[in-house]
Design a protein around this ligand. Structure first.
Ligand SMILES: [Zn+2]
Ligand SMILES: [Zn+2]
Length: 220
């Protein structure tokens, strides 16, 4: 109960660089998504598919299996988007990003590691502590910048998210449906999620729209 109260208070106060609508959306979008996607899946399996294919037939079994695969794919990628950590703080544990002296030889190597981003590559190719440029250039999209909130020098394309309160590597946007930022490590899951969502919505629309006209609207 305390947690719910705290959450309501949290969403009723806009943080710096956000607004109230975005805060509310950040709280309600994920439960709405889960409720809708599960509802559509359940309704399609239990009511719509038997209406078209009868009960206990092989075609019904095949269509239900296909729906289950789409649902599983969407949910697993949704979970991956949530669980994968894109934050600069976590990445900086694997290699040091300081405001210290600038090793020019290592800078390009470090940027390569950020781009390739595997632990193996990090371990094998870093001879010692690696430092970011000592004097970050003027703020621009392609330069290193100092994030005052995280107190870390952020590489290019890394931006601070006011909702996650973290610097996100290769930040694309903050996804309200997952309450996470889409960035370097979870963009693949986001793309797969979008493709599955597109396929799933087209597939269910083909059955749902005629069903809505015939059964729900005409019988009302
Ligand atoms: Zn930051
Ligand atoms: Zn975010």
């Amino acid at each position: 109960m305390e947690k719910i109260k705290e959450r309501i208070e949290r969403c009723m106060t806009a943080r710096p660089h956000t607004d109230l609508q975005s805060e509310i959306l950040n709280v309600i979008a994920a439960p709405i998504y889960l409720y809708t996607i599960t509802g559509v899946f359940y309704y399609s399996c239990v009511f719509i598919m038997p209406y078209y294919y009868g009960s206990g037939t092989w075609t019904l079994f095949l269509h239900r299996s296909l729906l289950l695969v789409i649902y599983f794919q969407m949910m697993s990628n949704w979970l991956c988007i949530r669980l994968v950590d894109n934050s600069l703080k976590t990445a900086s544990k694997h290699f040091s990003i300081n405001k210290g002296s600038h090793h020019k030889d290592n800078e390009s190597e470090l940027q390569g590691i950020v781009v390739n981003g595997t632990n193996q590559a990090m371990k094998s190719s870093i001879p010692g502590p690696v430092s970011a440029p000592s004097t970050p250039r003027r703020s621009s999209y392609w330069s290193w910048r100092l994030c005052k909130k995280c107190e870390l020098t952020a590489p290019p394309r890394c931006h601070h998210c006011p909702f996650c309160d973290n610097c996100i590597l290769k930040r694309d946007h903050h996804c309200f449906f997952t309450r996470r930022c889409i960035g370097f490590y979870n963009q693949r899951h986001f793309v797969v999620f979008l493709v599955r969502a597109m396929f799933g919505t087209s597939y269910t629309s083909v059955y749902f729209v005629p069903y809505l006209f015939k059964v729900v609207l005409l019988s009302a």
